[in-house]
Design a protein around this ligand. Structure first.
Ligand code: KG4
Ligand code: ZN
Length: 347
């Protein structure tokens, strides 16, 4: 089965062709990040205007790259939420129009749930598309699984009993992990998005230099809080005039604090629920320090569960996992019933 995925929830305009939920035939992403770098963050209307311009060329490229004719296509999957309303509408209304004109089934997709399906995509085809880094494994995850979705707007820990059977275990009470990277990067005078900037700078820094708070790390629940970390960084900068000369050490310490909390709580959830797999997903899962910490923890606890981390290019927003999610959660819906849902939750 060949599914066309469409993703426009934030600032990307993306389309992908996926076969049987695992094989990437094409994966095209146009990003307006260069425009947002100038403003230090996303201006929703600027993002949506760019998406309206890019949508058709991106679709055309995805179909051509997959050598897929319209008659070879079985269904269309589209992100309906959560996300920015103007951005979502571009993808949702395009998908509905195509479904009607091409007479194809359409499947509405939750962007957060879909992020997890990057773990089902065959890493070999991702490599062919330019990813040098391998995923941890190319085998299909087993249930039950614990999923950690860490993106710019969300930090959620979920228990997945089967496809479509998701229970929310906990999440951030304030800022998301990606938001914490983005906001602290801004405080350090780094560019947008902040995660990759902090990660780059941190390579030259010592993570033990500053002991930043690990909020809620020791608590029994599966919630997170990251806004205190940002405040701690601001206070450090205020109290130590020369600290900005040691930006690399500070970046490494911030990254370490965020990664520590994420690893600790996720492993705790995996052990409590005796799962077979841990699935990482979302833009922050592209972070090398976080990936290494998870890898070393899971090798210590080797036999208990298997760790899945998507190739970095599949962690950040793209349409491949939208189509994969639709394959495993195949629920065609009449186009009249499909609407953009900016406030959708993961479960
Ligand atoms: O999943 P995503 O691409 O978009 C959303 O759905 O939000 O995640 C974007 C977030 C941003 O906050 C960005 O700073 C963060 O992911 N990010 C990273 C890295 N790459 C992207 N954070 C840390 N290290 C990275 N390498
Ligand atoms: Zn995302």
């Amino acid at each position: 089965m060949r599914i066309l995925g469409i993703e426009t929830s934030c600032d990307e305009t993306a389309a992908a062709l996926i076969q049987d939920g695992v094989k990437i035939l094409s994966n095209v992403v146009a990003s307006s990040v260069e425009l947002h770098k100038k403003t230090g963050g996303i201006i929703p209307e600027v993002a949506a205007r760019e998406q309206a311009k890019c949508m058709i060329p991106v679709l055309q490229e995805a179909l051509q790259a997959a050598k897929c004719k319209i008659e070879d296509l079985d269904a269309i999957a589209v992100t309906v939420g959560p996300g920015l309303i103007g951005s979502l509408l571009v993808g949702v209304e395009t998908a509905k129009t195509l479904a009607l004109v091409w007479e194809k089934p359409i499947i509405p997709i939750n962007h957060l749930q879909a992020h997890l399906y990057a773990n089902w995509l065959n890493s070999q085809s991702a490599r062919q598309l330019g990813n040098r880094q391998r995923s941890v494994t190319s085998k299909i995850p087993k249930f039950p699984a614990v999923g950690l979705v860490v993106s710019g707007g969300h930090t959620d820990l979920v228990l997945i009993k089967d496809h479509g059977e998701i229970k929310w275990l906990g999440g951030t009470r304030d800022d998301a992990a990606g938001e914490c990277f983005d906001k602290t990067a801004r405080v350090l005078g780094l560019g947008y998005p902040g995660g990759p900037e902090i990660a780059r700078l941190a390579q030259k820094g010592d993570p033990k230099t500053y002991h930043l708070p690990r909020p809620m790390a020791g608590q029994k629940n599966f919630d997170f809080s990251f806004s205190g970390l940002k405040t701690a960084v601001i206070n450090l900068i205020k109290s130590e005039a020369t600290i900005l000369d040691r930006k690399a050490d500070l970046a490494a310490s911030i990254q370490e604090a965020i990664a520590d909390v994420l690893v600790k709580k996720t492993i705790k959830a995996a052990l409590k629920h005796k799962v077979k797999s841990i699935l990482l997903a979302g833009g922050v899962a592209a972070n090398q320090c976080l990936r290494e910490k998870f890898n070393s923890q899971s090798s210590i606890l080797n036999s208990q569960f298997k760790l899945y981390i998507p190739a970095p290019a599949l962690c950040t927003d793209n349409a491949s996992y939208i189509a994969s999610c639709a394959y495993y959660n195949y629920r065609p819906t009449p186009w009249e019933k499909i609407t953009a849902k900016p406030g959708l939750e993961i479960a």
